[in-house]
Design a protein around this ligand. Structure first.
Ligand code: ATP
Length: 242
């Protein structure tokens, strides 16, 4: 398992500094929540780690420098993310979506064809995300929460070591949120997880550690209890949101 280490991370858009010198260390196997008000720079930080925006400073994952590499090379180093909007293939089944995500080296026909055997990595991911019973359902017919789990499954079959999840429980029912928390806990036994989230109840229940961003900077960091007790956090964020 690998950890993530950012030093002096900075992203600017035409002179507007969205991420302003962030130092952040995420230990291997952590479930780190990134919280902060709208515009704090959370998504931009994840965009920088995954190569979608240009950044300066340093981002090491497993000792390897991510900054300056193209998106696909960062992905090949085991870094994967989900977006706020779903990116599953709605017209394909759950199994086909996982198969395609896992499918390096296989032809398109082999992947889309109904196959007699399911690769081990795919059946394990189906179990982990709890969609074994729904494997033949079209992804477009899945409930919103189940689509999010499928997205996570698509990262698992790619052997992603670092999962960066952007608001994974937005729009979920209470039961789905709890199931997602349990899913993150099981994933973190073998992988490192970073979650951008606005849902404070979900954070309180499932975060191991928390970083609060505000105006592109780290405002506070620690356990849920430490961050909640920090008067600066209460002032800029929790006070207003809780
Ligand atoms: N491509 C861009 N060009 C210009 N400004 C941008 C761009 N992307 C983000 N920003 C600005 O950078 C700041 C940080 O945005 P970001 O989306 O990272 O915040 P966030 O913490 O993820 O917010 P939210 O919780 O609302 O998703 C905002 O002021 C935003 O308007």
């Amino acid at each position: 398992m690998n950890g993530l280490e950012m030093r002096g991370l900075r992203v600017s858009f035409d002179g507007f500094v969205a991420v302003d010198g962030v130092d952040l260390t995420v230990a291997p196997g952590d479930i780190r929540f990134l919280i902060g008000p709208n515009g704090a720079g959370k998504t931009t930080l994840v965009d920088a780690v995954t190569g979608l925006v240009k950044a300066t400073g340093s981002v090491l994952f497993g000792g390897r420098q991510l900054l300056g590499r193209p998106v696909h090379r960062i992905a090949r180093l085991g870094v994967g993310r989900t977006f706020q909007t779903s990116s599953v293939f709605e017209g394909l089944s759950v199994l086909q979506n996982l198969d395609i995500a896992a499918g390096a080296g296989r032809g398109a026909w082999t992947m889309v064809r109904r196959r007699r055997t399911v690769p081990e990595v795919v059946s394990r991911a189906l179990e982990t995300i709890g969609l074994t019973d729904r494997r033949d359902a079209l992804a477009g017919t899945l409930a919103h929460g189940h689509k999010q789990w499928l997205e996570i499954g698509m990262l698992l079959v790619q052997n992603v070591d670092l999962l960066l999840l952007d608001e994974p429980v937005a729009g979920m029912s209470h039961e789905e949120r709890d199931a997602t928390g349990a899913l993150l806990a099981s994933i973190s036994a073998e992988r490192t997880v970073v979650v951008i989230e606005h849902d404070m109840d979900f954070m309180r229940s499932f975060a191991r550690t928390v970083t609060v961003l505000h105006a592109g900077r780290v405002l506070s960091e620690g356990t849920v209890a430490q961050v909640q007790a920090d008067p600066r956090v209460q002032e800029v964020y929790l006070g207003a949101a809780a």
